[in-house]
Design a protein around this ligand. Sequence first.
Ligand code: GRF
Length: 212
Amino acid sequence: MPRLRLAVLASGRGSNLASLLAASREGRMDADVVLVLSDKPDAPALALAHEAGVETVAVPAAGLAREEHEARLSRAIAAARVDLVALAGYMRILGRAFLDAHRGRLVNIHPSLLPAFPGLDAQKRAHARGVRIAGCTTHFVTEDVDAGPILAQAALAVDPRWSAEELRARILTLEHELYPYSIQLLASNAARLEGGRVLVDQAAALLRGSAP
Ligand code: GRF
C-alpha cells in the first residue's frame, strides 16, 4: 500500500509533530510527514521539522485577510501532493474555503474526551471540574470547533491529587500515542468517514493508566 503523504500545521512547541515524525521513522505509521506549515515563523515546530529534513513553510497571518492566508497554505499543500492534513497545536480557526478544499482529509487532536471540554484550556477546565477519567481525541475538522466526527480517543484514570499541570502532562503523553495511532487507522484504510461518523474495522480506543 502506498504511504500516506502528510502535512502538519503547527503554531507552537511541536511535541505532537515530533511524535508523528518518530512514528513514521520507526515504522509505526505508514505515513510520511512531507510538509510542515506554520503561521508563526519562529515556531519551535518549524525548527524541529527543518532538523528532520522536512520541507517547511511559514505563512505569517499579519496583514493578510484570512482567505489569502489560507489560500497560501492550500497552495503549499497542493504543491506537496499531500493526502492528509493534520493540525497539531495550530492556533487559528480555519475558514470555509480551507475546510472545503480539504474536507475529509483534515484531522485535529484535542486534549479532552470530546464532546467534553471543547475549546481552549481543556485540561485546566477538566481539572477544575475534578474529572476522574480524562484523555484526548482525534477528529475530522468541520466548521464547528472541536465537534467533527471522532476518529479515536485515549483515556486515563485521574488521580485526584494531581495538579492541573500534571494532568496536562499526562494527557500530552497520551496524545503522543494517539495521534500516530489515529493516522495509521487512516493510512491502513481501517477507518473511513461515512454519514458523518468514522467507521473503524478494529477497536479504536486506547485505554491507559490505572486508578490510584
Ligand atoms: C496539544 O495539547 C494539542 O492537543 C492541542 O495543542 C497542543 C499542542 O502541543 N491542540 P504541541 O505543540 O504538539 O506540543
